[in-house]
Design a protein around this ligand. Structure first.
Ligand code: LLP
Length: 432
């Protein structure tokens, strides 16, 4: 079964749960991010259920969408959190999350971040080099504290995803080589009194749509993790995040019919399959298994609504110029990311026009699609960029001095502003 999401046409109007998106666009303006709370919770719970039979914890990767209300929603449903900065820890705490259920990843933790996380009592520092582990030991020593730590192993498997989001090969900057882990744990146990070796971590990449690389990595690392458990009594193994979502046909793909119509070998990875393959391999290790999904939880739970400003017919192409830009959603520019584009008003006919949908930013990379066949829409009409809940707002910037968009969380028939649109004053706040 595919991952369901809360977006569909109801009476000809694209809706998030029971709220019409056009009404939100009218009331709050555009560009506008809208998230479905039901979808977020559903995805979290389905992953949790898929891992049944294994002692596990889902540590949501905050980087994917770090709005306080999203974090609060997940904390309420029992999520832990995978953070990559002091700022993300601050957010988790503000949202009512428990630092004791936080893991702290990243190759470049600063002293300030380490001190803050130690003081807050996080569950584990996921360390990415021997140098960092030694520094962590030193800082913890100065504070008279013990730092719980896991080293990130780089299993050198090919995640078969976009090169910018592939992390599990030896040429990536992430983690410590598989072959070097045993020696590093031995030195840490002998020489680093302020480190408690609590686990092992890995993460091979993001937006993985087949199960094979996950299986390959897990099977490769099992003997290592068992060795570390026997020697140092480690208690957890984080197998990372990376579960991919469906970006193409994202409206139809919410339906079971769409799913059934796909040739079996082309059906994207489901969470049920993920669980079915991994649970038997993980359940008897005697370790707590951590998962760090970001995109899977929030990706299909959000859209970016934008308004068409102009249609520009060039000699070679037709451009639909919209009021969202690459500063609001950078995925197409940065990863050639595909986001389905659908009008808020259900198209009356099956007719399609070939267009580029572009933003107002002064860069050629500022596009949402190129030469794509879309239902026609006109200046003044609204469209939705689908599957924008993960790495959408979280990667937005003020480039071109554009205010950050507002964010809305929908629960059933209720829409709540969870982040106000920035004003021009907000944009220059803090400058002299
Ligand atoms: N754990 C670690 C250590 C990570 O580096 C990441 C993502 C995750 C977990 C969560 O991965 P996910 O389940 O979301 O795939 N901005 C890019 C994706 C960057 C992913 C970075 N690390 C994009 O928009 O595709």
């Amino acid at each position: 079964m595919p991952a369901m999401h809360g977006f569909s046409y109801k009476n000809g109007s694209l809706s998030c749960e029971d709220v019409q998106l056009s009404a939100l666009a009218e009331e709050y303006g555009t560009p506008l991010y809208v998230y479905s709370a039901g979808t977020i919770v559903d995805h979290f719970q389905r992953l949790d259920k898929a891992m049944e039979g294994v002692d596990h914890e889902v540590a949501y990767a905050v980087k994917a969408n770090s709005n306080l209300s999203v974090l609060r929603l997940l904390a309420t449903h029992g999520a832990g959190f995978d953070i990559v900065s002091g700022g993300e820890l601050f957010r988790v705490i503000k949202a009512g999350g428990d630092p004791a259920h936080c893991t702290f990843a990243g190759v470049g933790k600063t002293r300030e971040e380490i001190v803050y996380a130690l003081e807050q009592g996080i569950y584990s520092f996921n360390v990415e080099s021997e140098e960092e582990l030694r520094y962590l030991n030193q800082v913890a020593g100065e504070l008279n504290l013990i730092a719980p730590a896991a080293v990130r192993v780089n299993p050198n498997v090919d995640a078969k995803t976009h090169k910018y989001i592939s992390t599990g090969k030896s040429e990536n900057k992430f983690g410590v080589d598989f072959e070097a882990i045993s020696g590093l744990y031995a030195r840490a146990a002998a020489e680093l009194p302020n480190i408690k070796l609590r686990g092992l971590q890995m993460h091979i990449g993001s937006q993985l749509t087949s199960i094979a690389p996950f299986i390959e990595a897990v099977e490769k690392v099992i003997p290592l993790v068992l060795e570390l458990k026997a020697k140092y009594g480690i208690e957890f193994w984080s197998i990372g995040g990376g579960i991919g979502i469906i970006y193409k046909d994202s409206l139809e793909s919410g339906s079971v019919d769409w799913w059934a119509a796909q040739p079996e070998e082309e059906r994207p990875l489901t969470i049920e399959r993920y669980g079915k393959e991994l649970v038997p391999r993980l359940k008897d290790l005697g370790l707590k298994i951590l998962l760090e999904p970001g995109r899977y939880i929030v990706g299909n739970a959000g859209v970016l609504i934008t308004k068409c400003l102009y249609e520009k017919k060039g000699s070679a192409k037709t451009f639909k110029i919209v009021d969202a830009g690459m500063n609001d959603l950078i995925r197409p520019a940065l990863y050639e990311g595909h986001h389905e584009i659908v009008p808020l008003n259900e198209p009356a006919s099956a007719e399609r026009v070939k267009v580029d949908v572009v933003g107002p930013i002064c860069e050629s990379g500022d596009f949402f699609c190129q030469d794509r066949e879309l239902p026609d829409f006109n200046p003044g009409d609204h469209i939705a960029l689908m599957s924008a809940g993960a790495y959408g707002f979280a990667m937005a910037s003020n480039y071109n001095s554009r205010p950050l968009p507002a964010e809305i969380l929908v629960e059933g028939g209720t829409a709540t502003v969870i982040r106000k649109r920035q004003t021009l004053e907000d944009v220059i706040a803090g400058e002299l």
